[in-house]
Ligand binder design. Structure first.
Ligand code: TZP
Ligand code: MG
Length: 239
């Protein structure tokens, strides 16, 4: 990966908080409406995840999503590298059984973002070695949204993965308003909550809730770290 591409992508990815993944099967108001509402609410990363539409429909919808996201949010396509290339998306999100990361990189080039789904520390370390730009870690909790997701790994696993890699970690799976703080407190850089957001009547309100919660928690983590290091240096001076 070239240095220019790396710094551009890593600084962009550092900025993300709530991550919208679309789901037309679950959505109450439709994918385009969900993307508009989320981006208008301040969401800075959108993944178009569509399992049931024709390629033609996907290319049309993806180009509309790209227009909505333009200059405001990173736009990624799930699985479909052909669709991402067709609309010149910012990148893709792929799973362990999709196109290998190295092949996706050859097709997309160094400047595009590649996110890889991982289930544990070992897969995360490999994702970093293979040149992924971020990992999607999950499922954190049990979820009915993805039938083959497996059992939730629990939010303590986020810390284990964060300590093992430098890439941003996006937590996914079964995350809702009741459990989301533990996800950020355990080190996730960003989180996805598909059903809690797209099944709602008010996607703007739900998106804003998650963005505010993430920023508030990250701020309190930074504050505690500063207090801890101040305390540590004061102790070092005295002993
Ligand atoms: N990958 C792992 S779990 C999952 C995906 C796409 C589904 C997450 O959906 P929800 O509704 O946020 O649990
Ligand atoms: Mg996939």
């Amino acid at each position: 990966m070239n240095q220019k591409g790396f710094s551009w992508k890593s600084s962009l990815l550092k900025e993300i908080d709530f991550y919208l993944v679309t789901d037309s099967g679950l959505s109450k108001k439709g994918t385009l409406s969900n993307v508009k509402d989320a981006v208008n609410s301040g969401c800075r990363i959108v993944q178009y995840r569509e399992k049931d539409k024709s390629t033609k429909e996907m290319v049309e919808e993806a180009s509309e999503i790209k227009r909505i996201c333009s200059g405001r949010a990173i736009f990624l396509v799930n699985d479909r590298i052909d669709v991402a290339l067709a609309v010149d998306a910012d990148g893709v999100h792929i799973g362990q059984d999709d196109m290998p990361v190295e092949t996706a990189r050859k097709l997309l080039g160094e400047d595009k973002i590649i996110g890889l789904s991982v289930n544990d520390r070992e897969e995360a370390i490999l994702a970093e070695k293979l040149g992924a730009d971020y990992v999607g870690l999950g499922p954190i909790f049990d979820t009915a949204t993805k039938k083959d997701a497996g059992e939730g790994i629990g939010s303590l696993k986020i810390r284990e993965v964060k300590d093992a890699i430098k890439l941003p970690v996006v937590a996914i799976g079964g995350i809702n308003k009741d459990n989301c703080e533990s996800v950020i407190q355990n080190g996730a850089d960003s989180l996805v909550s598909i059903s809690a957001v797209v099944c709602s009547d008010d996607v703007k309100r739900e998106t804003k809730y998650f963005i505010d919660m993430i920023r508030r928690n990250k701020k309190s983590i930074r504050r505690s770290k500063r207090t801890y290091s101040l305390l540590f240096s004061t102790l070092c001076l005295h002993f």
